[in-house]
Design a protein. Structure first.
Ligand code: ADP
Ligand code: MG
Length: 634
């Protein structure tokens, strides 16, 4: 691990986020301090204005909802005008002073944060989990994004990484990552369908594998469909029952609704592995709501919800020009695909038994770790593998008459580049305005405006004479660069598309310093504490060793060295240079190897003499100072 740089793989999800790494030949998820792999994508600001992330932040959603936020992924890379739809469905609290065309800011208590900053808090938590696990700073990552994410959303994800102090080496599409986790790249050829039903979103992607190379050939989905819909349905049914059977209306009692939500989610999850479940919920006024739900009833209830995934799947197949029987592999992604009925539906749709060996809510992070390993040069089998993805919407420019001229078509594989030639409309025209657009609509005003720039200084020529080449280049991360060049004069202008609703470099810089400095300081402090603890352990063990008969067998020279190193460790331990403490621990460990061996020998001899070794150990305490393996941070 030490000789090769650690690159982590991150699934930054709408509902849950995870971090994984390559452990030998197989990817593995890194658990949080609580031992749990999934970090809920929830961020809250506590009373002391400290940021809380994950499970611990959940209670704020109920207790102080104005200080908590979830599903922030929905707002990534989007402007005020973009998010009106989301605001109807989610309790996002925007800052009061937002201007149209500005990056949205979310209010938590008295503070406001941009979506990349909120996502950065989640990323920083994952980074810390990884750092605790490795006992070393982690600064490089691969992060996954939905295949349909546009340029602005991808850029915002990269910004979030930077703000969290992570160098984002690559953004990988989620379905591509899932396929990688299953090692489908080892197959030579084939078509893979990835069905991803998470908490709040549904995505389906069709990938083509040729000679071990992935190409996303179509994507579709529904940005408001997932496990949340099932939860809400079950809550509604419970509320109706409670009103009908118990004559109690608790629909406006936040705490009661939260209790019901928790209970029905547990029931839903249990029904994925059990045939029936008994709901038993305590309600205000000493009332109880009891009901048994069988899997059959549950399946009937959710049928209309899961049926909504059928249309997008058919559309994706159609876009890819494929029939279901042409699909070779089906990959399940997202916690909601644990539901047996969903699996049956997928099998039916694609006429294939889906892969289910990996946890569907972990598979994207695992694939991100595989990609990270490829980038770190750690993989041999997949060394030459190039990952291709598609651009979800067409990209082009506005031409005369307000018409969109597409340059890169939707569902084109990336990295991609394409160019078109244009000319001037007016005699002597020296400037040309390039308006970069994204979308399928004919008129520029109906497409999304990504950027504008001018090509200036064209020598005056008759209209139609200049030959202007406009070139679009999308890199492997899906980030767009546009250049325009007048070929007769060589005049050139270009722009890396700063998405209309992106943060400026300065803004990102400003945000980084804050959280990055803190993260470094936090890391250092943790290291000092942990090294200090380790030093205490070895010093205490040495005290024991000095009282053992083995001590008498050491030479004067050995004892002197140990005494010198012991004194040194006691000294550096009081400072806060964790590297010095570690070095000193290592030296003392080295110097006491023979003492440890002698103590071991005498313990064994004692045991052989008929004494119980456990007992002798019990007297002596652990047989330290054994040369300690380097401290593990788990
Ligand atoms: P996302 O990709 O949206 O961040 P996940 O893939 O983690 O989300 O999926 C979360 C959803 O999966 C939640 O709605 C959760 O309730 C649901 N889920 C998790 N486990 C199960 C299960 N065993 N049965 C049914 N639904 C489940
Ligand atoms: Mg997901």
């Amino acid at each position: 691990m030490a000789d090769r740089e650690i690159i982590i793989g991150i699934d930054l999800g709408t509902t849950n986020s995870l971090v994984a790494f390559m452990s030998g030949d197989a990817p593995a998820v890194i658990p949080g301090e609580d031992g749990v792999n999934l970090v809920p994508s929830v961020v809250a600001l506590d009373e002391k204005n400290q940021i809380i992330v994950g499970n611990a932040a959940r209670k704020y959603l109920i207790e102080t909802p104005d200080r908590a936020v979830y599903s922030i992924k929905r707002l990534m890379g989007r402007g005020v005008d973009d998010v009106q739809e989301e605001l109807k469905l989610f309790p996002f609290q925007l800052a009061d002073d937002l201007q149209p065309g500005e990056v949205v800011r979310i209010r938590l208590g008295e503070k406001t944060f941009t979506p990349p900053e909120i996502s950065a808090f989640i990323l920083r938590q994952l980074k810390r989990n990884a750092e605790r696990f490795f006992g070393a700073p982690v600064t490089k990552a691969v992060i996954t994004v939905p295949a349909y994410f546009n340029d602005a959303q991808r850029q915002a994800t990269k910004d979030a990484g930077r703000i969290a102090g992570l160098d984002v080496l690559r953004l990988v599409n989620e379905p591509t990552a899932a396929s990688l986790a299953y090692g489908l790249d080892k197959k030579e050829n084939g078509i893979v369908a990835v069905y991803d039903l998470g908490g709040g979103t549904f995505d389906v992607s069709i990938l083509k594998l040729h000679d071990g190379i992935f190409e996303v050939i179509a994507t579709n989905g529904d940005t408001h469909l997932g496990g949340d819909d099932i939860d809400n349905l079950l809550i509604r049914i419970a509320l109706d029952d409670i009103r009908g059977d118990l004559g109690l209306d608790v629909s406006r009692n936040g705490e009661a609704v939260a209790t019901i939500r928790k209970a029905v989610i547990e029931a839903k999850i249990a029904l994925s592995s059990q045939e029936s479940i008994k709901l038993d919920i305590d309600l205000p006024g000493d009332k109880r709501y009891r009901r048994e739900i069988t899997r059959e009833q549950f399946e009937q209830l959710i049928q209309p919800i899961i049926d909504r995934t059928v249309g997008p799947c058919k559309q994706a197949l159609k876009d890819a020009g494929l029939k279901p029987e042409q699909i070779d592999e089906v990959v399940l992604v997202g916690g909601s695909t644990r539901i047996p009925k969903v699996r049956a539906l997928v099998k039916d749709l694609f006429q294939r038994e889906p892969h289910i060996d990996l946890n569907p809510d972990e598979v994207v992070a695992l694939g991100a770790a595989v990609q990270a390993n490829i980038l770190s040069g750690g993989s041999t089998a997949t060394e030459n593998m190039l990952l291709l993805d598609v651009t979800p919407l067409s990209l082009g420019i506005e031409v005369a008459g307000g018409v969109t001229d597409k340059i890169i078509l939707r569902n084109s594989t990336i990295p991609a580049s394409a160019s078109q030639h244009y000319t001037t409309q007016v005699d002597g025209q020296t400037n040309v305005a390039i308006h970069v657009l994204q979308g399928e609509r004919e008129l520029a005003k109906d497409c999304r405006s990504l950027a504008r720039f001018d090509l200036k200084g064209i020598p005056p020529m008759a209209a139609g004479m200049p030959r202007i080449e406009v070139k679009f280049l999308i890199d492997a991360n899906g980030i767009l660069q546009v250049s325009a060049r007048e070929q007769r004069s060589g005049k050139q202008a270009e722009i890396e598309v700063q998405p209309s609703y992106g943060l400026t470099d300065e803004q990102v810089e400003g945000m980084i310093l804050d959280s990055f400095d803190n993260a470094e300081e936090d890391f250092r402090q943790r290291q000092v504490i942990e090294a200090g603890n380790e030093a205490d352990t070895i010093l205490a063990a040495l005290e024991k060793g000095k009282k053992s008969p083995a001590w008498g067998e050491l030479t004067t020279e050995e004892k002197k060295t140990i005494a010198r190193l012991e004194k040194m460790l006691v000294e550096v331990k009081t400072g806060n240079d964790y590297q010095a403490i570690r070095k000193s621990i290592d030296e003392l460990n080295q110097a006491t190897i023979r003492l440890a061996e002698l103590m071991m020998d005498s313990a064994v001899t004692t045991a052989l003499k008929g004494q119980n070794m456990d007992e002798s150990n019990a007297d002596e305490g652990p047989t330290a100072p054994h040369p300690m393996a380097k401290a593990e941070f788990k």
